[in-house]
Design a protein around this ligand. Structure first.
Ligand code: GLY
Length: 355
């Protein structure tokens, strides 16, 4: 079972937590994995408080770099520095760096300990919690990976102040997802439009409840046999949308694709008579109030190959987790291509009416 994340609300608390790593018995070496952004914006905040000496490994940022070539680069660096199973890897970054570095650490010498210090909202609310490691392979997102719990996850919300608006919105989609699948009360308290993110002093008071929802679910079902599947709400369509647009000159960020995925899946749930028209309307208008600027026409034909490859399918049935009301969801719901096409048509009409 994964350890619960620890919150460090101030740099001083984070420094104390890092200082405790020096006390860990038998540790031979520390590796700090960063990308070019966290190397510049985040590493300097903690560099003097990390266990000394440590080796820094810098990876390129961006979803297209979450691949086996960069995993090989990490393994080579570990080998060159004689990393052994008593080494500890500290991953300072967002979801791409986190998924890929955790995969490299979890497979090197059958697994060495890794600590996530997520620096993006997406990684704090989702990627760094729950032990999923992954890389992309060919055009397919996250098809190679495993479940390995992090030794520790430290959430330091002050890193979010370094993020541009677009990256905050990227992570907020997972918070909307958590509220929609589990917590109506939380949904009603979420900020109603994204001007909220453009102010200087965001207090992120929905961050801890969002993290707690995810942690609660993975505590009960770490390897996604049952209720963890609920976290895939918005992701069956969302991953296909993300994968398709990654092959174009107009890619979407993960959270943006998930926002589209949630809206289409709400139309699907309504069509399958799982979700009432009223709740579908409420959820879709809320999502659109934050993501209107990225909503775009979707063609089923562009998604088909990705939908058929989804890890959660059973034979040719495409598996969905869908909301059944605001604050509750069901998993293992299957839909036919015709039903999915119908939902996409509804979504395209909905987006068309906005312009
Ligand atoms: N991102 C979904 C999960 O961790 O299960």
């Amino acid at each position: 079972m994964p350890n619960s994340p620890v919150f460090a609300h101030t740099p001083a608390t984070l420094h104390q937590l890092l200082a405790q790593l020096n006390q860990l018995p038998h540790t031979t070496q520390f590796f700090v994995l960063v990308d070019e952004n966290t190397s510049h914006h985040c590493l300097p905040i903690i560099a003097h408080h990390l266990p000394q000496p440590y080796h820094t490994i810098t990876l390129p940022s961006g979803e297209s770099n979450k691949n086996i070539n960069n995993v090989q680069y990490i393994w080579q660096q570990f080998l060159m520095q004689n990393a052994d199973r008593q080494s500890i890897v500290i991953i300072l970054g967002g979801g791409v760096l986190g998924d890929m570095s955790a995969f490299a650490a979890s497979t090197y010498k059958r697994g060495i300990k890794f600590i996530h210090i997520p620096t993006t909202l997406l990684a704090m609310t989702d990627a760094a919690i729950g032990g999923k490691t992954a890389i992309n392979f060919g055009d397919f997102k996250n098809v190679i990976g495993n479940f390995t719990p992090a030794y520790q996850t430290i959430i330091a919300p002050f890193f979010l102040k370094t993020l541009p608006f677009v990256q905050l919105l990227n992570g907020f989609a997972e918070t909307i997802k958590h509220a929609l699948i589990c917590d109506k009360n939380m949904f009603e308290k979420l900020p109603k439009n994204n001007t909220f993110f453009q102010t200087q002093d965001i207090n992120f008071d929905w961050l801890m409840p969002s993290v707690q929802i995810k942690q609660h679910i993975v505590n009960h079902d770490f390897t996604e046999q049952n209720q963890r599947k609920l976290l895939n709400y918005g992701h069956t369509i969302g991953h296909a949308v993300e994968s398709h647009f990654l092959t174009t000159t107009n890619p979407l960020l993960h959270g943006e694709a998930i926002a589209i995925g949630m809206i289409i899946e709400n139309f699907l749930a309504e069509h399958l008579q799982i979700l009432s028209p009223n709740d579908a309307h409420t959820a879709n208008n809320f999502i659109a109030s934050h993501y209107r600027h990225i909503l775009r026409t979707i063609h089923y034909q562009n998604l088909e190959k990705y939908l058929l490859q989804d890890k959660k399918n059973q034979k040719t049935n495409i598996n969905f987790s869908l909301i059944a009301s605001i604050g509750s969801a069901v998993y293992d719901q299957f839909a036919t291509p015709q039903q999915i096409q119908f939902a996409i048509t509804q979504y395209n009409q909905y987006v068309g009416q906005m312009t």
